[in-house]
Design a binder for this molecule. Structure first.
Ligand code: PLP
Length: 393
């Protein structure tokens, strides 16, 4: 049976150019980048080249890229690292502001630091379209706020946050209080990089998380962009959470995943080069798909989250078909891979926290499905998916 993949928000296939770029680093150039000899020097040069390539795409210094084993680890480092550094200097209870629709790798860390009594966390509500409530955000910013972590684009409903507005509010707040460091701003840009501007200077972020496996690169590698190597006006704002050999500016010990890092840099370059064209193409496919669904007689569905357009990722569809249960399984049986929400929470079989935050009932949240397009998604594939929906619904 021919199978069709519509779950690119969970994982993307590797680009063959990425695999080709990685292969020398498994056999020929296998040294430890920390070693002094030639083998080590070659590996170290490859990591340097990759770091440099990525830094150009983000418009930052190459030393501001801290490679990690995943985006999850980068998110852990952003939250725990900032809290840890703050606690080394102060007995005060710091405040973290985040949103109710963040990925589990932010929400679970926030819940843990709360449980450990290390910080107070405010989980901002969002609108029906999945946008953070800016009025509430303004209202909860206080002098104890050390970190604001709001994702750039959501993995389940594709909502794009108004990062510029959030940063504007933070900048005004800092100016009023003549604060140079806090609050810091971190964004999880895992779902954004393929489609949105990730120039850290233009955005004005202090930290940004990325994952290789969402941009047609290898799994098990990601990074955290850390502004000015983690210090502002000579004062460090982040501590490592994994310690040892002191790699990655001392912020993430452990021998670098050389092949993975090389692969991620190649994947990032390709994604960056394709960004504009892919955005246009996928926005077209989104509308085409929804028109196709609407043309099915007696089909009654609701698009969860933002309308198609500037505030929604071009590859994301999240829909609820009234009284149609087990769609993920039925579609999989017919050869179409879609998902019921984020891959990480699929195992938990709980209604999606994102759909609940935008006002869906438990029933609607558990019966909705996410369809995410990718580079290989074509009109033909979408026609096949629509035909399958016709039979099922
Ligand atoms: N953040 C977002 C928005 C995600 O969608 C994901 C993965 O789905 C992650 C973080 C975690 O990425 P990784 O699996 O690379 O740790």
């Amino acid at each position: 049976m021919k199978r069709f993949y519509f779950d690119h928000a969970a994982a993307t296939p590797m680009d063959p150019r990425v695999v080709k770029a990685m292969s020398p680093y498994y056999f020929d150039i296998f040294g430890n980048p920390g070693s002094i000899h030639k083998f080590g020097q070659e590996a170290s040069a490859a990591v340097f080249k990759a770091r440099n390539k990525i830094s150009k795409l983000l418009n930052c210094d190459y030393r501001e890229i801290i490679f990690t084993g995943s985006a999850t680890e980068a998110n852990n480092l952003a939250i725990r690292g900032v809290v840890k550094k703050f606690k080394e200097r102060s007995k005060e209870l710091p405040r973290i502001i985040t949103s109710q629709i963040e990925h589990e790798s932010i929400l679970e860390v926030c819940r843990e630091v709360e449980k450990e009594g290390l910080a107070e966390v405010i989980y901002l509500p969002v609108s029906k379209e999945g946008q953070v409530d800016l009025k509430k955000f303004k209202a909860v910013l206080n002098e104890r706020t050390i970190l604001v972590s709001i994702m750039y684009a959501n993995n389940e409903i594709g909502s794009i946050q108004l990062i510029g507005k959030i940063l504007g509010i933070i900048a005004n707040y800092k100016q009023e209080r003549s604060s140079s460091i806090f609050p810091l701003f971190h964004t999880d840009a895992v779902q954004a990089f393929n489609y949105l501007n990730c120039d850290v200077k233009e955005l004005g972020v202090d930290m940004m998380t990325l994952s290789s496996q969402k941009i047609y690169g290898p799994k098990g590698v990601g990074f955290l962009y850390v502004k000015n190597f983690g210090s502002i006006e000579g004062e460090k704002f982040i501590s490592p959470i994994i310690i040892g050999g002191g790699q990655e500016e001392g912020l993430r010990s452990g021998t670098e995943n050389v092949a993975g890092i090389v692969g991620m840099s190649e994947a990032a370059q390709i994604s960056f080069d394709l960004r504009k064209k892919e955005c246009q193409r996928l926005y077209g496919l989104q509308s085409y798909f929804l028109d196709g669904l609407r043309s099915i007689k007696r089909s009654s569905f609701v698009l969860n989250g933002p309308k198609i357009g500037d505030c929604r990722l071009p590859n994301n569809i999240n829909i609820y078909f009234k009284d149609k249960k087990d769609l993920v399984f039925k579609l999989d049986f017919a050869g179409f891979a879609v998902s019921g929400g984020s891959a990480c929470s699929a195992r938990l079989a709980k209604p999606s926290h994102v759909l609940k935050a935008i006002g869906c009932s438990d029933k609607k949240a558990s019966e909705s499905i996410r369809i995410s397009f990718g580079r290989k998604t074509s009109v033909r594939e979408i026609d096949r998916l629509i035909s399958c929906f016709k039979e099922i619904v």
